[in-house]
Structure formats: structure tokens, C-alpha cells
Design a binder for this molecule. Structure first.
Ligand SMILES: *[C@@H]1O[C@H](CO)[C@@H](O)[C@H](O)[C@H]1NC(C)=O
Ligand SMILES: *[C@@H]1O[C@H](CO)[C@@H](O)[C@H](O)[C@H]1NC(C)=O
Ligand SMILES: *[C@@H]1O[C@H](CO)[C@@H](O)[C@H](O)[C@H]1NC(C)=O
Ligand SMILES: *[C@@H]1O[C@H](CO)[C@@H](O)[C@H](O)[C@H]1NC(C)=O
Ligand SMILES: *[C@@H]1O[C@H](CO)[C@@H](O)[C@H](O)[C@H]1NC(C)=O
Length: 348
């Protein structure tokens, strides 16, 4: 069932954002590093990313340390880190700290940085196949290392489209190599949560200044959102995003979007940009503290519930406000075959 839900009340899910907890150590454990070093599928990627303070997280201390939970892999956004130390590169630091305080161990929480935390170059970042593959191999490494049948994946911002691509697979152009085909690994993902993603591009990319000056706006693998044709239909969306949205492979057994009305969430035709066609539900926050990073950093308790104890029937109308069909997003304009199915599924 696909539906959109708005949070009428924010207090229920407000979580304690703790300060740096020095009892955990950043980076991958030596045990995990040793495992990676022995496997040629993994070691070329340098998943430890020790050149950055917050470049990675996760791993067991030794062979006997148990893994009792479905391991979680975090995929951060553009120019961010997995677990940095300040606003610009906190990544999933607050998630990791909250999860550690609520029953998870470092052996059950994983992340490895993609990119270079280059904030100045953020607008030039595009959905490069190198990033998709690095994220894909890290998901595989965690499955392989932990022996888990399934992992959970939580992503933010640009990490949403990249991780959706890594999980769904498909045909991607790898520079100097040519097109490569990745098989889907969605059967190995239990719950997928995409927070504040940009599934349909960035409207700003239609402005000549941005389109001409920033690689991130390109029509091949950038955020180009397309244009409205004379029928008000969106055409010429970035090929990467368009292919991703056309691919019906669901990102996990459950797939959820979390977004905020205070994170410029709309694209053409009033459509929610952080929703994605294969999701089961979108959870929409409607309060100013949930901005582009707030909607990631202040929703840990809810994320944990989505992963471990959530059932749609538990949703109380006192906690959530259901979107009506008229308030819901318009359908994917460039994906007409999906249209009827989707319209029928929005909760009234
Ligand atoms: C991996 O990163 C951690 C944290 O920065 C560091 O302590 C450790 O020495 C690194 N391991 C290797 C093999 O580089
Ligand atoms: C393995 O690691 C766990 C978790 O750190 C620890 O409690 C345990 O004592 C270690 N076992 C051995 C044999 O070192
Ligand atoms: C820091 O995290 C550890 C591991 O989860 C926890 O046991 C400890 O209580 C936390 N300390 C503080 C001050 O929050
Ligand atoms: C979409 O792109 C094609 C090929 O570049 C172009 O011919 C067409 O005019 C574009 N459509 C719109 C509405 O701009
Ligand atoms: C968001 O909250 C504002 C203020 O409470 C309210 O007026 C508005 O209707 C809400 N938006 C939605 C889509 O629920």
C-alpha cells in the first residue's frame, strides 16, 4: 500500500539529540578491516576512509561477538561524511549515537563515506557510477561480513538516489569502461528508509546560471528536473533519475520516505520530491525544526520504530494526519503506466 502521511504532532517523535559520546570510536574495527583486506571485491575501495575523521563506522571486535539485530547501513548525502563532528559533516552521527544507546552495537551499524566531503564543490556532484558501485560493494561487504540474510538501509539527501541505484541495480555508464549491469540486491534489504531525497531533480537546475555552471545539473546523471511540455507533463528529466524512477524494483521488503514540508520538498506539479515511486509510505513532518538535516537528525526514534516494531495498523490517527488524495503528490508525469495503480493506492 502506498500512502502519504503527515505528522500532525511533532512532540511524540522528538528525540534527545545527545552530544558527542566519547565511549564509541569512529572508523571500522580492525576485525572488519582484516576481513575487507582479504577480499579483492572490497579492498580496492578503502572503506575505512581514514583520511577523514568521520569517514566510516562499524565492525565486530572479534569472531565471537554476536550480531543480534538486522545490521543497518547508513548512506550519507552530498559532501557529507558518515559520522563527522560538525553541522556540515555530521552525517548519521546522531542516528549512530541514538542507536548505540538503544540496543545496537558497533557490529550492527555500518557506514563508509562516498565522495570527499567537498562542500565547496557540492553543486558539481553528480550521480557518478563510481559512487553507486562503491555503495553497492559496501552493502555487499556488510552482508558478507555479518552473515546476515538482510540488512536495513537508511539514506539521506543525495545518498537516497545513490543507494536506491546501488540496491535496484540496472545499467550504468562507468567512465573509461562502458556500460555495466548490476543485478538487484533488494531481496537482501529488509527495510529501506530514504530521508529528504531528491527523486525528481532540482528545479533550480532549469535556471541558466545553474545549468551552465554546475555539473550537478546535467541531464545525464545530474539533478536536471526536466521541463513541462505543453500538456503539463514533465519531460527530459535527468536520465539517471528517470531510469531509477522507472525501475519497479522495490528497495527492500519495506520502503519508506521521510520528508519535511520545511525542506523545500516540492517539484513540478506540486509533487513531493522526496517521495519515490516504489515506496510503501512517505512520512511527512510539518514543523520548522525539521529542515533538510533536522528531518534526519531529529527522527531517530521514529526510524528505529520503522525498522524494528512498525506495523501500518499501529498508526494512530492521533499521531498522524493522513494526506487526502487531493493533497497528495501528482503522479510521476513521465511514467504514465504507473499512474492508475498509484492513484488508487493513496489513502483517503
Ligand atoms: C581504520 O580507521 C580507524 C579510525 O580512524 C583507525 O583507528 C584504524 O587504525 C584504521 N585501520 C586501518 C587498518 O587503517
Ligand atoms: C569479543 O568482543 C566482544 C565485544 O567487544 C567482547 O565482549 C569479548 O570479550 C571479546 N571476546 C574475546 C574472546 O576477545
Ligand atoms: C555512550 O554510549 C554508550 C554505548 O551505547 C552508552 O553505554 C553510554 O551510556 C553513553 N554515554 C553517554 C554519556 O551518553
Ligand atoms: C526534450 O529534449 C529533446 C531532445 O533534446 C528536445 O528535442 C525537446 O525539445 C525537449 N522537450 C522540451 C519540452 O523541451
Ligand atoms: C502544516 O502545518 C501548518 C501549520 O500548522 C498547517 O496550516 C498546514 O495545513 C499543514 N500542512 C499540511 C499539508 O498538513
Amino acid at each position: 500500500m502506498k500512502s502519504l502521511i503527515t505528522f500532525a504532532s511533532i512532540s511524540i517523535f522528538a528525540t534527545i539529540v545527545t552530544s558527542q559520546n566519547s565511549t564509541y570510536k569512529r572508523g571500522l574495527t580492525d576485525h572488519f578491516i582484516q576481513f575487507l583486506n582479504l577480499n579483492k571485491n572490497y579492498y580496492p575501495y578503502n572503506f575505512n576512509r581514514t583520511e577523514f575523521f568521520g569517514g566510516s563506522f562499524g565492525g565486530k571486535d572479534n569472531d565471537t561477538q554476536p550480531i543480534n539485530k538486522v545490521p543497518v547501513v547508513f548512506v550519507h548525502g552530498a559532501a557529507d561524511m558518515v559520522i563527522g563532528e560538525e553541522w556540515a559533516n555530521d552525517g548519521f552521527r546522531y542516528d549512530i549515537e541514538y542507536f548505540l544507546q538503544n540496543g545496537y552495537t558497533k557490529a550492527e551499524l555500518y557506514g563508509s563515506m562516498w565522495g570527499f566531503a567537498d562542500l565547496a564543490g557540492e553543486y558539481n556532484l553528480k550521480h557518478d557510477t563510481e559512487y553507486v558501485i562503491a555503495i553497492r560493494r559496501f552493502l555487499e561487504a556488510v552482508l558478507d561480513y555479518t552473515g546476515a540474510a538482510k540488512i536495513d538501509v537508511i539514506s539521506h539527501s543525495m545518498g537516497v538516489a545513490l543507494s536506491r541505484a546501488a540496491i535496484k541495480g540496472g545499467k550504468y555508464l562507468l567512465r573509461d569502461i562502458g556500460y555495466i549491469n548490476l543485478k538487484p540486491i533488494n531481496k537482501n534489504v529488509r527495510t529501506y528508509i530514504g530521508i529528504a531525497g531528491l527523486s525528481y531533480g532540482a528545479l533550480v537546475c532549469t535556471e541558466a546560471f545553474y545549468y551552465d555552471n554546475f555539473l550537478g545539473c546535467n541531464k545525464f546523471n545530474g539533478y536536471y528536473p526536466g521541463v513541462l511540455d505543453k500538456y503539463n507533463k514533465v519531460v527530459n528529466v535527468s536520465e539517471f533519475l528517470n531510469n531509477l524512477n522507472k525501475d519497479k524494483t522495490k528497495e527492500g521488503d519495506q520502503a519508506y520516505a521521510i520528508l519535511s514540508l520545511f525542506d523545500s520538498p516540492k517539484t513540478y506539479n506540486d509533487k513531493y520530491n522526496s517521495a519515490f515511486p516504489t515506496m510503501d509510505m512517505a512520512f511527512i513532518f510539518n514543523s520548522s525544526e525539521y529542515d533538510h538535516v533536522g528531518v534526519r537528525d531529529k527522527t531517530q526514534e521514529f526510524q528505529l520504530r520503522l525498522l524494528n516494531s512498525y506495523h501500518p495498523s499501529e498508526i494512530q490517527e492521533t499521531e498522524f494526519m493522513f494526506m487526502t488524495k487531493s493533497q497528495g503528490p501528482k503522479n510521476v508525469q513521465d511514467d504514465e503506466e504507473n499512474e492508475e495503480e498509484k492513484q488508487g493506492n493513496f489513502l483517503e
